[in-house]
Ligand binder design. Sequence first.
Ligand code: SIN
Length: 505
Amino acid sequence: MIGIATRPSGRDTEACRPHGSPPTVAAHLPTGLLIDGQWRPASSGATFPVQDPATEETLFDVADATSDDALAALTSAHDSWPAWREVAPRQRADLLRAVFDEMIARTDDLAAVITAEGGKPLAESRAEVIYGAEYLRWYSEQAVRIDGLARRAPSGANHQVVLNRPVGPALLITPWNFPLAMITRKVAPALAAGCTAVVKPAALTPLTTALFAEIVREQLESRGLPTGILNVVPTTHASGISGPLLADRRLRKLSFTGSTEVGQHLLRAAADGVLRTSMELGGNAPFLVFEDADIPAAVQGALAAKMRNAGQTCVAANRFLVHESVADEFAAGLTAAFDALVVGHGSDPGTTVGPLIEAKAVAKVSELVADAVDGGARVTTGGDALDHAGFFYAPTVLTGVSPDSRAVREEIFGPVAPIVTFGTEAEAVTMANSTDFGLVAYAYTRDVGRTFRLAESIEAGMLGVNRGMVSDATAPFGGVKSSGLGREGGEAGIAEYLDSIYVAI
Ligand code: SIN
């Protein structure tokens, strides 16, 4: 099992082994840049610290890529693309399957790193490894099924053949909240399609990416496949490297997961090169509880939808819209469930809620709660940041929340559940849709007719019915409106990395 609590200061696998300590897996955690199959320091020599959000202690210093490093990574992705696209689909599938097997074998190591740098409880980190690895398995199965089309043209004049070809080198920009799954969700379909990649992981959580990338690199090397197809450039100068990369015509694809604001900025930068883009952006998920719902089941679903990663997911239930006839029962059940949660360091066995990622996240959540209370909301549990080291905020339930309060209009990204009541289904749908976002919605109801009405009328890319969790590597994940463009996962996910080429014969 990984021993993560060491602070080596080197920049590659060898240099980062701490003197006098056993050669744990952590001692071999790469902390450099991965370019052309080699771990190396940043060209400037600069590093940046990665913190444990539960203790505020520095875990590792990681190489801080410059724009020159990023362009070297793109050169590697570009130069290795011709060889990679020629690799037989079956060989690509076998590689992805081997990476899946290795990730599963190293679940505890990967989970320990996710918890150390991201804070989530170990059980959630293990679940993330299983979830993240599934993208490798699913796309190993899709790599050999990149179908085209052949048919006689309706006019009878010719035949139409459609081929699917890899788009080319892709820039994959990933967030800190799922430091493994958000990378595998992009890397697996990209490699399966025959694309190559430059990954820019979040500066708050680059260590998980490093361990995953090393697993891929080892598998490529042992099979004699081009190791330059996957490059990793952690950096604290995100726009300093995305600008030059997006301006470089060798790049053919951008996939980003993060805030709508940053996504819009990247889309503008990608417009000059008319890049293929996939955008998984912010959310403001409504969680609807109708009068006919199974309330204990809705409370359990609410816990799942709200408290995964302490509320720091873009699919987190943000607004609880509850029918007025069941609002008291639901609020009492949710308050009791939140009271039973144990906040602490993610590696402590009893912990069910970890810290937020950084101090400014705690400040934002505190502001939103204060604003709701000023607007007349009542705190039934929680309501405060915890007064000790680490970025902790108490699980909080708010009742009687005004629909105009910031906690209802903005993405909370924290362990706070604001409850707003409604009277009719039509009112609930109007409230659910009164946001620029449209990633996911949840509904608890026993009425099948209503389920289909909601599927037709809710403005969201995903709908969980009597479920607090929709994410699945084998299904299309993505949003409408300001929540994004394109889909990740499922059959749709690989299409994002393919160009269809039509041949008239
Ligand atoms: C996200 O928060 O960006 C994704 C969460 C998920 O895949 O479930």
